[in-house]
Structure formats: structure tokens, C-alpha cells
Design a protein around this ligand. Structure first.
Ligand code: F3S
Length: 395
């Protein structure tokens, strides 16, 4: 891989050990994937934040690093709400380690606004064609597909390396030839809301890591696209998809029709809605969690409207970023008046606080795919309206 004189200099350790290690990681990835060189990135989003997944080894690795990131950089959700962790039932030992991890990242100049939807935040917006180094799979999918920006699905260390160097290796989804659809997906019935998550849950398993072009009977909103992409990235490894007539590249580029076509029937979606993933018994869900990926302002508003004047009976988590929650305090208040909790910095999957529940009701195909394995809690998907009803919010 070609390196400029300055990049060689960094690789030789002349700008310190942390930058040397970061450059070494970028060059190793570039060599493996045949990159021709490094390209500047506009921002970085770094996964590997929850103490639940990082443990002491991860904390030690981060704590040893020195220097400052070169581009706006932000963290993925952590294991707890940084303010309300006690209310979540988080143990003080866990909280202490989690705060140490966040402090170690902050020391490097990384924003501790932990979220998987950085594109809603000031300083992290992206536009079509921007090169990024993001690592959370739903954020990667949204950036590539809905925004038309360009990022590989970075691992935590490679996103951090890109943040420190301000560049990433030019391969994969940064290149036009890897953004061409290789499979068509046809859905000839109308979809709305959580249907897109259920569709993504099914489609991801069939598509794997290919690039699909969807032909849909209805026009999804950006929140619905967010749910579709997040689910496909979780049940499969889809990092980029197109929707005919909707997503930016599908509108701009005249792609050839892929050889293979997959058709997804309404009955397949109905089956996903009827199944409890992770358990064969007909369990009663004792926790309801929405906001995977983190809620947009529009989604928070919709939840507030559905909860208006109601009192819930079960635990109901609404996950979003702290910045979005702080921007709309009245909406948060309207949601919490029902007894629900608007939790920031974290989510139902990466926090240990959901472990031990009987069954979780979600409106997200991604949460449906991950909760049974990562939290050891069986999960069921329903529409947002059904989730609110199951939480007891139909009184
Ligand atoms: Fe975000 Fe957690 Fe879902 S990181 S995409 S809310 S699993």
C-alpha cells in the first residue's frame, strides 16, 4: 500500500507509540484488503465501549493510549446510562469500570455522547460521498445506505486508529465497485413500522454480506430504513443496501439487475411476529424495550403520543442519545409521565441490566436478533403500538 512520506514517518514511530500502533493497524488492514493508500475520513464512531463486552483487558488497552484524535469522534452505547445507572440496577463495581473506560476515551478527545445514531448529532452529520470510519453495524448501514456516505464496518480498534490518524485504508465500501447490488429482494406487500425490522431480520439471514437492491411496494421513512438496515446487519452482515427509487445511490446510479432475486412473503413476516426467539414456550414478556437503534426525535414524539395519559405496568425502556433527549425535554417528560424510562448512553443489548428478565418485547429486528444471545433473554417482536400495549399502556 502506498504511504506518503508523512504517513511513513508516523509508521516509523516518529510521532509517538500510540500513533505508530494506530498506523500499523490501518496499514495491516490495507494490505490484507488490497487498498491502494489511505484516504481522509470526516468522522469516526468507535464501538467497544460497554464494560460488559470490553472487560478489564479492553480497559487496559484503551488506558495505555496517548494523543488526540484528528477528526470528530464519538462512542457507541455503553453498558449504562451515565446519570441514571443506579435506577437501572447497575452494580457500583460495573459503573466504576464503565466510567473509567469513558474517561480513557475522553482523554483522547473522543466525545462521550455514546450513541449508535451519531448522524442525529451536531458535528457528526454526513452527506452523500463522505468517507467515514464508523463501527457500529446499524450506523454503518445507515451511513452507507440512507445517507450514501462511505464506510466499512470498522472494528473498535480500527475505528479508533482511523480517529487518531484522521484517515482509513481505501478498500471495501469506499470504492464504487463494491457498492454495486449483487442480489435483488422483492417485497410485493405494503409494510410499515416494525415490519421493516422483521423484513431485515429475515432478509439478513438470506443475504449474508452481499449488497441487496430492494424493490418495495411501499415507500419507507428514514426511521423505517434505519430499522431495516439494523436488522440485516444483525441477522446477516449487510453493511450497504439500496432501495429502488428511495436511497441516494439507487436514484443516482443506473445499476445492472443482479442475477439472483429473493422474494419475501407476508407469511414469513407473520411467522417472525408469532415466534419467541430463544425459547419455545409461550412466555409472558416482563420488559419492553424500544429505541434500537436509538430513537430519532420523530420516534420519541410518536412514543409520547401513544403513551399520552397512560400509566404503564411493566418496565418500559425507551433508548436514545443524550443529545436528542436533551434537545426535547418536554417530549421526554411526556414519555416518563407514564412510568416509562427514557435511557441515554446505553441500550437493551449492551447493558447488563436487562439480563435475568423472563422475556423482552421489542419493536426492532436487530434487538430480536441480539437480545437472546447477548442478554440470554428470549425476545419477541411487535409493532410500537403492541409494545406499548404489552407494557400495560392501554389503560
Ligand atoms: Fe444501538 Fe444497541 Fe440497537 S447499540 S443498534 S440500540 S443493539
Amino acid at each position: 500500500m502506498y504511504l506518503t512520506a508523512e504517513e511513513e514517518n508516523v509508521l516509523d514511530g516518529e510521532q509517538g507509540e500510540t500513533l505508530r500502533k494506530a498506523m500499523e493497524i490501518l496499514v495491516a488492514l490495507g494490505d490484507i484488503y488490497g487498498a491502494d493508500g489511505l484516504i481522509p475520513v470526516k468522522s469516526a464512531q468507535i464501538a467497544g465501549v460497554s464494560y460488559k463486552t470490553m472487560g478489564d483487558a479492553g480497559l487496559e488497552w484503551i488506558s495505555d493510549l496517548e494523543g488526540t484524535v484528528k477528526v470528530p469522534s464519538i462512542l457507541n452505547p455503553a453498558g449504562m446510562d451515565m446519570v441514571r445507572w443506579k435506577e437501572m440496577g447497575i452494580e457500583p463495581e460495573f459503573a466504576e469500570k464503565q466510567l473509567e473506560i469513558i474517561a480513557a476515551y475522553e482523554k483522547l478527545g473522543i466525545s462521550s455522547k455514546c450513541t449508535c445514531t451519531p448522524y442525529y448529532l451536531e458535528g457528526f452529520s454526513a452527506t452523500c460521498g463522505d468517507h467515514l470510519a464508523w463501527s457500529e453495524s446499524s450506523a454503518v448501514s445507515y451511513a452507507n445506505s440512507v445517507i450514501g456516505a462511505r464506510t466499512n464496518r470498522e472494528g473498535g480498534p480500527s475505528a479508533l486508529s482511523a480517529a487518531l490518524v484522521g484517515k482509513t485504508a481505501n478498500y471495501g465500501y469506499h470504492l464504487d465497485e463494491n457498492r454495486v447490488p449483487t442480489v435483488s429482494v422483492v417485497v410485493d406487500h405494503e409494510l410499515s413500522g416494525s415490519d421493516y425490522g422483521a423484513l431485515g431480520y429475515i432478509a439478513g439471514k438470506e443475504i449474508g454480506n452481499r449488497v441487496p437492491m430492494f424493490h418495495l411496494a411501499s415507500t419507507p421513512t428514514s426511521d423505517e430504513l434505519k430499522g431495516l438496515g439494523a436488522a440485516m446487519a444483525a441477522s446477516g452482515a449487510v453493511a450497504l443496501y439500496h432501495v429502488e427509487g428511495v436511497t441516494p445511490e439507487a436514484k443516482q446510479v443506473n445499476f445492472d439487475k443482479p442475477d439472483e432475486t429473493i422474494t419475501i412473503q407476508r407469511s414469513q413476516l407473520d411467522e417472525v411476529y408469532e415466534t419467541i426467539i430463544g425459547n419455545e414456550d409461550d412466555l409472558e414478556c416482563d420488559i419492553v424495550a424500544v429505541g434500537c437503534p436509538h430513537c430519532s426525535p420523530e420516534e420519541l414524539n410518536r412514543i409520547a403520543d401513544l403513551l399520552e395519559g397512560k400509566k404503564i405496568e411493566k418496565e418500559l425502556w425507551v433508548c436514545t442519545s443524550r443529545e436528542v433527549a436533551q434537545r426535547y425535554p418536554d417530549v421526554v417528560k411526556r414519555i416518563e409521565e407514564s412510568g416509562s424510562k427514557v435511557l441515554c448512553d446505553t441500550c437493551m443489548v449492551v447493558s447488563p441490566a436487562t439480563e435475568g428478565h423472563n422475556c423482552m418485547m421489542v419493536n426492532s429486528g436487530k434487538a430480536l436478533a441480539y437480545v437472546p444471545g447477548m442478554c440470554k433473554v428470549p425476545a419477541k417482536i411487535g409493532s410500537l403500538e403492541t409494545c406499548i400495549k404489552r407494557a400495560g399502556g392501554d389503560n
